[in-house]
Design a protein around this ligand. Structure first.
Ligand code: SF4
Ligand code: SF4
Ligand code: SF4
Length: 250
């Protein structure tokens, strides 16, 4: 089937989950209006949530979740060896996500406290790129299905995809949302990467930065404004650390 005289490729896709809530995978199977054309544009060869078929001949691997156990390392290395393109999907895969919070604790003590004399395998949380080479990261908690569809279209037609370099504030203003900072809430929208269409401020919640930092952001100005509005270093640091995308900037 040709489109605009171009013959789209039908990428063979495998979807795999590591430490995560599986919400990003669910997003891939979501958005019913476009689900049928989306599934026609790709060939699903391995995706536990939508099919019992388990093929190993995928070209593109979509990886959800972070690495938080030693036995996950060999599995991700095997997938990396098979995939021509490896894509990290969601904040867990891109930054460690909310799971990264556990790195602040002594894991042996926590294991003993929770599981007593039946400890579970556990390790410090790492993003996928800290373990294997990642070709593309699609951030978000969860990922934005519309953005994934645009990326898949680009992959199918072999054209480059560019993420917005501007922050969430731009999309927030395009929606005419009243600024949460003006309402006394902390919001990371001025430093977080756009692409989500600012659903959190539109729903009355300051941004938590699930997409990580925007390339074109002014961190120092954000800190100045947040402190001027009375937010403490601790509050700002906790917010920045929640999804792991601002590691090193807290
Ligand atoms: S990024 Fe969010 S929605 Fe996706 S797997 Fe992690 S916790 Fe779940
Ligand atoms: S609510 Fe947040 S994202 Fe929206 S304009 Fe204010 S700081 Fe920016
Ligand atoms: S507004 Fe912020 S927390 Fe909400 S989806 Fe967008 S980047 Fe994530």
């Amino acid at each position: 089937m040709k489109y605009l005289r171009l013959e789209p490729k039908r990428p063979r896709i495998g979807v795999f989950d590591f430490t995560s809530c599986e919400g990003c995978e669910l997003q891939l199977a979501n958005h019913e209006e476009t689900l049928v054309p989306f599934l026609k544009a790709i060939e699903v060869v391995n995706f536990r949530e939508v099919s019992s078929y388990k093929g190993e001949d995928y070209d593109i691997a979509l990886i959800e979740g972070c690495i938080s156990r030693d036995d996950e390392v060999g599995r991700i290395e095997k997938i990396r060896a098979q995939a021509k393109v490896l894509v990290a999907i969601g904040s867990c895969a891109c930054f460690g996500g909310v799971n990264r919070l556990k790195n602040a604790y002594n894991l042996d003590e926590a294991n003993k406290e929770v599981y007593g004399d039946k400890p579970k395998s556990t390790a410090k949380v790492r993003a996928i790129k800290e373990v294997v080479k990642v070709d593309l990261e699609i951030p978000g908690c969860p990922i934005n299905k519309l953005e994934v569809e645009r990326i898949v279209q680009c992959l199918a037609f072999e054209v480059p995809f560019n993420f917005p370099v501007y922050p969430v504030c731009v999309e927030c203003k395009q929606r005419f949302t009243t600024c949460m900072m003006e309402k006394g809430q902390l919001c990371l929208g001025s430093i977080a990467q756009a692409g989500c269409n600012a659903p959190c401020p539109a729903g009355g919640l300051g941004c938590w930065g699930c997409r990580g930092p925007a390339p074109d952001h002014n961190f120092e100005e954000f800190m100045t404004l947040a402190k001027q509005r009375g937010f403490s270093e601790k509050e700002i640091s906790e917010r920045l650390g929640f999804f792991g995308g601002f590691e090193g900037r807290r």
